[in-house]
Write a protein that binds this ligand. Structure first.
Ligand code: ADP
Ligand code: MG
Length: 238
């Protein structure tokens, strides 16, 4: 079953078309990477799925529901940003609970949900701290926790690890892979990093200037790149 379907998506900013009639079907429970160089339209596409940006044309279907005009909160998605986007004046626990407090969930339930998420992400000792008192890796873990607490149908990640140093990036990759294994939730992961896409994703969508250049498993792309762009970008000899 497909979890996210994009049908004929276009996006124009003024006269410039940055997404050019894109069709994509993402399987339920898959880990899909949207891979491509800077400026190819990855973030725009992810924001269209999240409802943070409206497409100029086409349809977005999530879990069989047409959500093209729906608000972000009504889509069953949660997004993790590169910049973390934490609230500096709130503690880790309050940051994690923020969406639940907006939804007026009972305090006891908020606490229980925050504890569940903290356990999964090893944030328990940090619950009382504020973002300024955390390392980059810890902040990114809180940002993931904030998405996790909403129990989304689909996780959207926009280059979540690119502000971290190399060692931490490797560690966080393993944590994300583990999280996907444990939850089995659909994940869509935007990156310009081939290695990251190859190691995390079961399916890679290569974007080239607002169009899909190729869709396939990491091995497919490596062994049989569809064209010179993909070959050059993946770094295989083809
Ligand atoms: P990527 O995430 O792959 O680096 P983006 O989706 O951010 O690419 O951007 C794709 C193209 O759209 C770029 O040329 C960018 O300059 C342009 N763009 C993105 N957002 C806006 C905006 N709000 N207004 C005008 N142009 C934009
Ligand atoms: Mg981007």
């Amino acid at each position: 079953m497909s979890s996210v379907e994009l049908r004929g998506i276009t996006k124009r900013f003024g006269a410039v078309e940055v997404i050019k009639g894109l069709d994509l079907s993402i399987n339920d429970g898959s880990f899909t990477a949207l891979l491509g160089p800077s400026g190819c339209g990855k973030s725009t596409l992810l924001r269209i799925v999240a409802g943070l940006e409206q497409a100029s044309g086409g349809q977005v279907v999530i879990g069989g529901r047409d959500v093209t005009g729906a608000a972000p909160a009504e889509r069953g998605v949660a997004m993790v940003f590169q910049s973390y986007a934490l609230y500096p004046h709130l503690t880790v626990e309050q940051n994690i609970c923020f969406s639940l407090s907006l939804a007026r969930a009972p305090k006891a339930e908020q606490k229980a949900q925050a504890a569940r998420v903290a356990r999964m992400l090893q944030l328990e000792p940090l619950m009382g701290r504020r973002p300024a008192e955390l390392s980059g890796g810890q902040r990114q873990r809180v940002a993931i926790g904030r998405a996790l607490v909403r129990d989304p149908e689909v996780f959207l990640f926009d280059e979540p690890l690119s502000n971290l140093d190399a060692l931490l990036r490797v560690q966080m990759r393993l944590e994300l892979a583990k999280l996907h294994q444990e939850l089995g939730t659909t994940m869509i992961y935007v990156t310009h990093d081939q290695v990251e896409a190859m190691t995390l994703a079961d399916r890679i969508v290569v974007l080239d200037r607002g169009r899909i250049a190729q869709v396939g498993s990491p091995l497919d792309l490596y062994n049989a790149p569809a064209n010179r762009f993909v070959a050059g970008f993946i770094g295989s000899p083809g």
